[in-house]
Ligand binder design. Structure first.
Ligand SMILES: *[C@@H]1O[C@H](CO)[C@@H](O)[C@H](O)[C@H]1NC(C)=O
Ligand SMILES: *[C@@H]1O[C@H](CO)[C@@H](O)[C@H](O)[C@H]1NC(C)=O
Ligand SMILES: *[C@@H]1O[C@H](CO)[C@@H](O)[C@H](O)[C@H]1NC(C)=O
Ligand SMILES: *[C@@H]1O[C@H](CO)[C@@H](O)[C@H](O)[C@H]1NC(C)=O
Length: 425
C-alpha cells in the first residue's frame, strides 16, 4: 500500500521570508516527494492561511473543552488503580511519515489525557525543537508541577538520548519511524532546501544528480534548523557527527536502538508497522486509524532515476542511515513473520474497515454545522485533533496542560531558556 502519507528593512525581510518558508513547508511536503528540481513555491498568503486554519481548527477543538475537567478526575482515579494507558515516546524523524504519525499519537494522547511534553528551549520558528541539535535534556521541556513526575507523551523534534527513558512514565513505549534511503534523502534534500545551502557547489541541469556525482568533493554544510546534510535519521537517534561513517559506532547505535525502542516503523510498510504497534503498546486498531489529512498532501511520488554509481554514492553519504534502514527492514519482516502473515492480512482488513467507519463518522459531524449533543461534540473533537497541523496541536496541548495545572509555569520562568506565557505558549 502506498504510504500517504515571526518576526518582522533587508535583513529582517530575509529572516521573515525564510521563516515563512520553513513554517509553510514543514508539514506541507511531509512524506511526499517533490518532483526533481522544482523549488517549493511559497507565499505569504499560504502562511497566513495556515495560521488562520490552525486558529480555526484550534477553536473547533474547544467546543469540547469543558470535558477537560472530567478527565482530570478520571486521571486521579486511574493513577490509583494503575489503569493509565502506557505512555508513548515517538522519535520524530522528519520526512519519514512523522507528521502523520505525530497526529496519530496526538489523538491517542488527547483521548487518554496523557501528560504531554512541550519544549521551551527554542524560540520563534524553531519553537518546536527540543534543544536540537543538542541531545535531550529535561530542562528543554516545560517543567511539570509537583503532583506529576513523568511525561507520558513526547513526540517533538528531539535528538535521542538515554535520558529520555528517565523522564518518561515507566512502561512507556518507544517508537521511531524511518524510510528507505533514496526516497528519504531525496525528500529531505528538497525539504531542507539543500540546493540553496550548496548553491556554489552545484551545477545544472540536474543538481541532485550533480550532488551525488561529486559527493567526494562535497563539504558537510549545516542546513536550516541546524539539520545535518547527511545521515539525518542516525542523528535523530543521537549518533555523533564524527561517528556517522564509523561502522563500529553505527553498529553500536543499531544495538542501542534495538534495545531501547519497542518498534521502528517503516514508512513503506506503514499499515504492517502500525498493526505491530497495537501489539506492543496500548493503542488499539481504532487508535491507529489515519484519515486523509489536509495537512499532508499526497503529491505523486517521483523519485529520480539514479545510475548505480549515484545510488552507491547516496548510500555512502548516508551510510549510518542506510545501515539502520537495512537492519530494521530485516527485523520488521521477522516480526511480521512471527506475528503471522495471514493474521497480518486480516488485521489490515480490520484496519481498513475501522478507517471507513471513522471517515463516515467524521464526515457526518462535519456536515452538521450546529452540534449540540455532547456525543456529537466529542466525535467532532476526536476528528479534529488529528487534523490539527503542528502549530495548532502545539497550541492545543500547551493550553490543555497549563489549564489542567500539569505545567508549572512559574517554575518555567526560571528553568526555561524561552519561558512560556501563562497559557503555556
Ligand atoms: C496535588 O494533589 C493533591 C492531592 O490529590 C491536591 O490536593 C492538590 O490540589 C494537587 N495540586 C496541584 C497543583 O494540582
Ligand atoms: C569508531 O567507533 C569505535 C566505537 O565507538 C571507537 O572505539 C573507535 O575509536 C572509532 N574509530 C575511529 C577511527 O574513530
Ligand atoms: C526490505 O526487506 C524486504 C524483505 O526482506 C526486501 O524485499 C526489500 O528489498 C527490502 N527493502 C530495501 C529498500 O532494502
Ligand atoms: C443552530 O441551531 C439553532 C437552533 O436549533 C438555529 O436557530 C440556528 O439557526 C442554527 N444555526 C445554524 C448555523 O444552522
Amino acid at each position: 500500500m502506498e504510504f500517504k502519507a515571526v518576526i518582522t528593512s533587508g535583513v529582517s525581510l530575509a529572516i521573515l521570508l525564510s521563516y515563512i518558508y520553513i513554517i509553510t513547508s514543514i508539514d506541507k511536503y511531509e512524506s511526499s516527494d517533490l518532483p526533481a528540481f522544482k523549488k517549493p513555491i511559497e507565499s505569504k498568503q499560504i502562511h497566513t492561511r495556515r495560521i488562520k486554519n490552525s486558529e480555526k481548527q484550534f477553536k473547533n477543538t474547544l467546543d469540547n473543552k469543558n470535558q477537560w475537567s472530567i478527565p482530570q478526575q478520571r486521571l486521579e482515579i486511574n493513577t490509583a488503580l494503575k489503569t493509565r494507558h502506557r505512555g508513548v515516546f515517538y522519535l520524530k524523524v522528519n520526512k519519514a511519515g512523522s507528521c502523520t504519525l505525530q497526529a496519530m499519537f496526538n489523538k491517542y494522547a488527547d483521548k487518554h489525557n496523557q501528560i504531554v511534553g512541550m519544549p521551551c528551549s527554542n524560540s520563534g520558528g524553531e519553537r518546536h525543537l527540543v534543544g536540537w541539535p543538542e541531545p535531550f535534556k529535561p530542562e528543554y521541556l516545560i517543567p511539570l508541577s509537583k503532583n506529576y513526575t513523568y511525561w507520558e507523551h513526547l513526540n517533538e523534534h528531539i535528538k535521542y538520548s538515554s535520558k529520555i527513558k528517565q523522564v518518561m512514565a515507566p512502561g512507556s513505549v518507544f517508537v521511531a519511524s524511518i524510510r528507505e534511503p533514496l526516497s528519504h534523502f531525496f525528500s529531505y534534500y528538497n525539504f531542507y532546501n539543500m540546493e540553496k545551502t550548496y548553491e556554489g557547489y552545484l551545477k545544472e541541469p540536474n543538481k541532485f544528480k550533480y550532488f551525488l556525482d561529486n559527493i567526494k568533493t562535497m563539504p558537510h554544510l549545516e542546513l536550516i534548523h541546524h539539520m545535518p546534510p547527511s545521515n539525518p535519521i542516525a542523528q535523530c537517534f543521537g549518533i555523533k557527527q564524527e561517528e556517522q561513517y564509523n561502522i563500529t559506532a553505527i553498529q553500536e547505535k543499531i544495538n542501542e536502538i534495538e534495545k531501547e525502542f519497542d518498534l521502528v516503523i517503516l514508512a513503506e510498510f506503514m499499515d504492517e508497522s502500525l498493526i505491530l504497534l497495537t501489539e506492543c503498546s496500548d493503542l488499539t486498531i481504532e487508535d491507529i486509524v489515519i484519515l486523509k489529512n489536509a495537512n499532508v498532501r499526497n503529491i505523486k511520488k517521483s523519485k529520480p532515476v539514479l545510475t548505480p554509481t549515484e545510488y552507491e554514492n547516496l548510500i555512502q553519504w548516508n551510510l549510518a542511515d542506510s545501515m539502520i534502514y537495512n537492519h530494521f527492514n530485516k527485523t520488521l519482516w521477522e516480526k511480521i513473520d512471527n506475528f503471522g502473515r495471514h493474521k497480518m492480512a486480516i488485521k489490515i482488513l480490520e484496519l481498513d474497515m475501522a478507517k471507513s467507519i471513522k471517515q463516515k463518522e467524521c464526515d457526518s459531524v462535519q456536515r452538521k454545522p450546529n452540534l449540540t449533543r455532547i456525543e456529537d461534540l466529542k466525535i467532532k473533537h476526536d476528528c479534529m485533533i488529528p487534523r490539527l497541523n503542528y502549530i495548532g496541536a502545539d497550541k492545543y496541548f500547551r493550553n490543555k496542560m497549563t489549564e489542567k495545572g500539569i505545567y508549572d509555569i512559574e517554575k518555567a520562568q526560571k528553568t526555561c531558556k524561552y519561558p512560556p506565557n501563562k497559557h503555556g505558549e
